[in-house]
Design a protein around this ligand. Structure first.
Ligand code: SF4
Length: 247
């Protein structure tokens, strides 16, 4: 049996995720269950068999079918197939996206979408590049194109220390931006940062980008909410639509 020092000196095996084909043989082989499967492959029929079990609940609650992620627009064909099927089943449909997507593949999907939940992480170009890793140009262009389409939109705003908190100019800029998009903006959701997902980064071998960032509490965003809700006809929430009547 190795002692503690010897154990520390052992370089543990690591997964090269660029080469991993997700065959899951390592999961099945590990008797200590060090690795676990967190998702399963399903057919569209499998998914809708599950989804339609709650049909009555959707009808009574005004709920429906949301394609979320990851990023659904990275898989436009599958997203289109799922949303088409949801519409065929008579469900209300939502597309939850970061908006960093090719418009040519996004546009045909919108025919089957009742509501788009669009992440706006940061309006400032330099800050967006710094914190998100890409320019927000494509996202803002797509926001304009979405707004001109016949689809309702909720803007989803993560609020994070050092990024866009505490700065009351930010909600004012959001109001200006939302007004420029016009009547299809039906809601704006402030999403206070929390670290609930931190563990997931470790599970997939990644370092959490916002590991040491403090949580933000609902009460801290009341001023943001006041500015945004007074700025236009949209519904404003802190935390999103859970428990809130949808307009
Ligand atoms: S799932 Fe496991 S066994 Fe399969 S390729 Fe990836 S690391 Fe190798």
């Amino acid at each position: 049996m190795p002692d503690e020092k010897e154990i520390e000196a052992i370089d543990p095996p690591r997964i090269d995720r660029d080469k991993c084909t997700r065959c899951m043989k390592c999961v099945d082989a590990c008797v200590f269950e060090a690795l676990k499967r967190v998702s399963t492959l399903k057919t569209v029929d499998d998914i809708f068999e599950e989804v339609m079990k709650d049909d009555l609940f959707y009808k009574s609650s005004g709920g429906g079918f949301t394609v979320s992620g990851g990023e659904p627009l990275m898989h436009p064909d599958m997203t289109l197939t799922l949303l088409k099927r949801a519409k065929k089943e008579g469900l209300h449909t939502v597309l939850d996206t970061c908006g960093h997507a090719n418009w040519k593949t996004t546009k045909p999907i919108l025919e089957y979408v009742d509501l788009v939940m669009l992440d706006i992480k940061c309006l400032d170009k330099a800050k967006h590049k710094k914190w998100v890793g890409v320019s927000n140009r494509l996202i803002l262009e797509n926001a304009e194109k979405l707004a001109r389409s016949n689809v309702r939109i909720r803007l989803r705003l993560p609020i994070i220390h050092s990024v866009n908190f505490w700065d009351l100019q930010y909600p004012k800029d959001i109001v200006k931006f939302a007004r420029s998009l016009g009547k299809n903006i039906v809601g704006i959701d402030l999403l206070p940062f929390h670290s609930f997902a931190a563990k997931k980064y470790g599970n997939i071998g990644r370092k959490g980008y916002f590991d040491n960032f403090p949580n933000i509490y609902k009460e801290e965003l009341e001023d943001y909410k006041t500015i945004i809700s007074r700025g236009g006809p949209w519904q404003t929430t802190i935390g999103g639509l859970i428990g809130v009547e949808q307009k």
